[in-house]
Design a protein around this ligand. Structure first.
Ligand code: ZN
Length: 196
């Protein structure tokens, strides 16, 4: 649709729906960069207003963590693989679904799943988005373990024949010590998000 000057006319309903998506993302813990990337139709100022209204404070400043390594460590890898498994199933069943809707639905299902198995949500919304984008760009991918046949997040450059996942090959990428009782990863992730 175009107005008299030939400029594309912005639909009020589309605008309201985009705001609603921003609200959902912020409630799930998304940083401002995630909103800017997934909702390019909304200005930074409007996204900032949504963020402040829901969180009651300004978003933390600075860059997000860029490393792919975090997703390959033991406990983060199990959660990352679970999340991308959910995302891949969702997008297969809903081929027309927009990325932002997939993220909201996928991350909500991830939170419900880890809650059901009494695990802390060690994958933050912002990290989940990062992971989704890394997989879309082919920087990370999912690959089937030769032993247990489940699919896990891997660096495609690390792949060799006879790939074994973090459960089947305990010597690979042990990473930081895991203490689920103290919900250490959640705190680490939060601290890193704050410091970034
Ligand atoms: Zn395995």
């Amino acid at each position: 649709m175009e107005d008299v000057l030939g400029k594309p006319k912005k639909s009020v309903i589309d605008d309201a729906m985009a705001i609603q998506k921003a609200v959902s993302l912020v409630k799930l813990g998304a940083r401002l960069q995630v909103l800017q990337s997934e909702l390019p139709g909304l200005s930074r100022d409007r996204l900032l207003s949504v963020y402040k209204e829901i969180r009651g404070s300004s978003p933390p400043k600075g860059q997000l963590p860029f490393s792919t390594d975090w997703f390959l460590n033991w406990a983060p890898n199990t959660h990352s693989s679970l999340f991308m498994g959910i995302m891949n199933q969702l997008s297969e069943r809903n081929p027309g679904m927009e990325a932002v809707d997939l993220l909201v639905a996928g991350y909500t299902l991830y939170l419900q799943t880890v809650k059901a198995i009494d695990n802390p949500a060690i994958l933050s919304m912002t990290r989940a988005w990062r992971l989704y984008r890394f997989c879309a760009a082919g920087v990370l991918t999912t690959h089937q373990c030769e032993s247990c046949k489940a699919k896990f997040i891997v660096d495609p450059y690390d792949l060799n024949t006879g790939y074994q996942c973090v459960f089947c090959d305990m010597d690979t990428r042990v990473g930081p010590k895991v203490d689920f009782e103290k919900k250490m990863y959640q705190e680490l992730d939060w601290a890193e998000d704050q410091a970034a």
